[in-house]
Design a protein around this ligand. Structure first.
Ligand code: ARG
Length: 573
């Protein structure tokens, strides 16, 4: 049990014994300042209000009742009725032994829908946020013991593919190899668009191919598959570079639901949720009405018969509920699709595709901006390919690594540059409150100072080097903890909060709280390291051992935390 939960249950028991109703909770929190102790129980005020009694008196009664023997060194009532708790050093030391144990949670089946690029084009910076935030949350939930099902809802279907396969056929007929023709999807897309706009015959073929593709024409399907294979291969390469855990097995693209779409529309009509409007089939949602009271329309079939993005999302949700038996579905999609998600969620509930017990969550995020405060673009205003961005990140990191440490060999430099460069890009994103836009800035993300990946990776290498110097194996180091100095206590308390932070991230899906935690942990480690010498001749052996143990715990939490964010560590840099 986490420290917070232990305290919480002790206080609950005490409050129960005093006949305080259970809706009045102890409200336990980490103290903001050391003079307020280590933890605070702030529930006395609320309970006093409820019971119409004096809050300080009630706080005193709770304190008289609560059993904190062996846990608290000191307790006091402050202000209107805050209860400040200072923990016993021994207790902290004992708890810390369990701090690396996994949290025990009831395991759920969780679908994480993330990345999901459209395959018509190459992955660009617009896909970065969904990919890395979604991946961090998937890792976190997995660590907690949930059954995570990653779903890469790639856009592999739609009218553009008529144009693209017409272009592919044209280039193949001119003797081009598919791999080569599609080596740069951006260029390929532009070539096909140019043909489409300039050549009416080509445009007719493209339009005819859309229809043929949808009706299962073998030639069109073959071309389409060739296109998809190359595009997926591009993306897999990016995932690998990004250290993101998405592979082929997680791809469940839009086309996978093609056979279900007709049935969905018919079902919605039969349930009188969809009606015909100007030839199209539309679901009108009163619960999402605009300010004039007009219901929010969601088209599920166009007048020409074509299905839409929303239809596919309904089918996907039905599959996730029926076949995957999911408890929770998390969507990592940019904030501009909020209305779409609301419509899909509302409709799938009304149509009974998902029961009320299933939690449907859209975890939206803002846009990645350039230093000019406008959406991040190339110097000439084009979209930045993710592949290019990652190459640049590694190149910049390599320069830094070379400047910083001249003792590394070439192979080490290559590996470290990759981990630092990619880590910096990911961390810069993950450490910002995801719902806001954020400014992408190479210099600040690659800085060794402040809340950055290189700072945390460096802190980790510092710890590693202590063990290297002492010629001791860090991995399975184990010694008795003795907590005496304030800096030791502050560090230990921070370490103890790891699982509390993880629990929070698993609930609200804001990875920046984990980033903030790791940053604070590293800073506390640095302070501890400054004030509490370790490998010095005048340090008693049991103190040395205990401090090494604190180092080992810090390293392991840093490593674990960064791993949950999808960021790699190294032994030196
Ligand atoms: N392919 C979509 C896009 O690029 C994102 C898909 C997100 N997932 C979903 N189930 N709608 O905008």
């Amino acid at each position: 049990m986490s420290l917070k939960n232990t305290l919480n249950s002790r206080f609950k028991t005490a409050m129960q014994a005093l006949n305080i109703p259970s809706e009045c909770t102890p409200l336990l929190n980490i103290s903001g300042k050391p003079q307020f102790g280590d933890y605070q129980a702030n529930g006395a005020m609320g309970a006093a209000k409820y019971l119409k009694t004096n809050p300080r008196d009630l706080a005193q009664k709770i304190l008289d009742q609560v059993d904190l023997s062996g846990i608290a060194e000191k307790t006091e009532i402050a202000g209107p009725g805050f209860i400040n708790i200072t923990l016993k050093n021994d207790y902290i030391a004992n708890c810390l032994k369990d701090c690396l144990d996994k949290p025990t949670v009831q395991s759920n089946i969780v679908v994480v829908d993330y990345s999901a690029p459209n395959l018509a084009k190459e992955m660009h910076v617009g896909h970065l946020r969904s990919t890395i935030i979604g991946d961090a949350i998937a890792r976190t939930l997995e660590y907690q013991g949930h059954q995570v099902i990653r779903q890469n809802h790639m856009g592999d279907w739609g009218t553009q593919f008529g144009m693209l396969i017409a272009e592919l056929e044209l280039q193949l007929s001119q003797g081009e190899q598919a791999e080569l023709a599609l080596s740069d999807l951006e260029v390929f897309y532009q070539q096909s668009k140019k043909h489409f706009d300039a050549d009416p015959d080509f445009a007719d073929t493209a339009r005819a191919y859309v229809v043929k593709l949808q009706s299962g024409d073998a030639n069109c399907l073959k071309l389409w598959q060739q296109f998809i294979d190359v595009s997926v291969a591009h993306n897999s390469e990016i995932y690998k570079q990004l250290n993101v855990g998405l592979t082929a097995e997680h791809i469940k693209p839009e086309s996978a639901y093609n056979d279900d779409l007709q049935m969905i529309v018919e079902d919605l009509i039969q349930k009188q949720l969809a009606i015909e409007s100007d030839g199209a089939k539309v679901v009108f949602l009163n619960e999402l009405a605009d300010k004039n009271g007009d219901p929010s329309p969601m088209i599920v079939q166009k007048s020409g018969g074509g299905f839409l993005y929303a239809t596919t999302d309904l089918a996907a949700l039905k599959y996730r509920a029926d076949t995957l038996n999911v408890d929770r579905v998390l969507y990592f999609i940019d904030a501009r699709q909020s209305l779409h998600m609301k419509q899909v969620f509302a409709t799938s509930r009304k149509a009974n595709y998902v029961s009320d017990s299933v939690s449907l969550e859209h975890h939206a995020f803002g846009t990645m901006m350039g230093s000019d405060g406008k959406p991040f673009k190339t110097r000439t205003g084009g979209t930045v390919k993710l592949a290019d961005l990652l190459v640049e990140a590694v190149e910049r990191a390599e320069k830094l690594v070379r400047e910083k440490n001249s003792d590394l060999n070439e192979e080490e430099i290559t590996t470290i540059a990759r981990k630092v460069g990619i880590g910096a890009v990911k961390y810069a994103d993950l450490s910002k409150t995801r719902t806001n836009d954020y400014i992408f800035d190479w210099n600040s993300m690659l800085s060794f100072e402040g809340n950055t990946a290189p700072y945390l990776q460096y802190a980790y290498t510092r710890i590693y080097s202590i063990f290297r110097k002492a010629d001791i194996q860090l991995e399975d180091f184990s010694a008795k903890l003795i907590i005496a100095q304030t800096q030791e206590k502050q560090l230990a308390l921070k370490l103890l909060q790891f699982n509390e932070v993880i629990n929070q991230v698993a609930i609200d899906c804001y990875p920046h709280s984990l980033c903030n935690y790791l940053f604070e942990l590293s800073s506390l480690f640095m302070t501890f390291y400054e004030h509490c010498p370790i490998l010095k001749s005048d340090i008693a052996p049991e103190i040395e051992q205990s401090r090494l143990q604190l180092c080992a715990y810090s390293a392991s939490i840093l490593d674990k935390g960064l791993d949950l964010l999808g960021i790699e560590t190294m032994e030196k840099m």
